[in-house]
Design a protein around this ligand. Sequence first.
Ligand code: FAD
Length: 361
Amino acid sequence: MKVAIIGAGLAGLACAHELERLGIVPDLYEQNSFIGEAFNHSTAMLRIIDRPPHGDYMRYFKEKLYLDITPLAPVERMMHIAPTRKLMVTGKKLGYFFLRSNTRDSLKNQLCASLSKTRVFLNNLADLTTLKKKYDFVVVANGNNLYAKEYGLWQTWFNGYVRAAVVHGKFDTSRIDMWINQHYCKNGYAYLTPFSEKKASLILVVSDCIEKDINEYWNAFLYYEDLRYPIIEEFTQYHVSGFVYPKIVENIIFAGLAGGSIDPFLGFGQFNSLSMGVFAARTIAQGLDYHRQCKYITQKNLYLQEFRQGFNKLDNKGYDSLIASIGIPGVMTLLYRTSINWIPLGSSVIKKINRRQLRIG
Ligand SMILES: Cc1cc2nc3c(=O)[nH]c(=O)nc-3n(C[C@H](O)[C@H](O)[C@H](O)COP(=O)(O)OP(=O)(O)OC[C@H]3O[C@@H](n4cnc5c(N)ncnc54)[C@H](O)[C@@H]3O)c2cc1C
């Protein structure tokens, strides 16, 4: 069987790995001349969002997806920062940090190194119309929504701009800091994720923002939070998440961001993209139902979208109340120390805060 994959990203590489395991050697097309990222950053996978089985990402990747990947460090401390409230959550299995760069230890290069037979074509801007005629299946894993839009499958949930920097300082390698504040990110968020004790990623995501305004929000963020880290590198990128249905059309399978993997609340998508890449391969090689395999991801993102709609109506006081509610002992246990899906309950809590906000307003 002839299979082409567009994009050597998380979904594309995971798909190639699983196809090889199941006896199919795919052609993998990558527009860049390298595997990895154009910009260095450190990313997080957070259990509060993904709820991996047994609460353990690494076990899930190894035993269910057959992917052997190594994180930078575990997440053991999460600092939530609202305009006038802070909350620190600690725990052993809160998540993991991963390196995203073009070096050998980065997540994509780890995945690429695990491929043995896949034909990887670098510097190759693939065209879906051409490939779908030449191959039995094409997996679209291009990390954007171009083809999903072209085929009329895409519905936007959240969009805006990301401003990211690599900063110098003194960091706890197991701690993530997360900010919400209408003054500088509207309904978006900001976070700091370490690479090492001396280097971290500082990332600001502003909702419904145009590119030329992102600098202003970035400066406001640094000013409000009094962040004075020396900046080593920085970049700006468009950010979008959306719903894709159906995820298979003709002989084309949409995976990763192209298939709606990015969650509409925090814009995280690594867990989903890796999973969808593997599921796409199993659909091709074993005839499994792609939508059924993706059901957990689709459902999770639909719940998170409902949560986001409530979140979008909050003002800064609402953000403070939200952080205060997370701090209630039973709530904190439910969110961070169990595998129960909290998101439907979270939506009703947010609706209550919305109503209180309306009454006070
Ligand atoms: C700054 C930033 C921070 C992030 N932080 C987090 C985080 O903390 N946690 C988290 O879970 N997620 C995070 N994400 C999201 C996460 O990185 C994405 O979910 C994930 O990379 C998407 O995987 P993908 O396989 O769909 O696409 P990608 O990994 O982006 O790969 C797509 C690949 O396709 C290639 N390509 C595109 N078009 C073509 C073409 N026509 N022909 C050939 N090749 C093509 C691209 O060059 C690229 O290599 C972050 C994203 C950004 C930008």
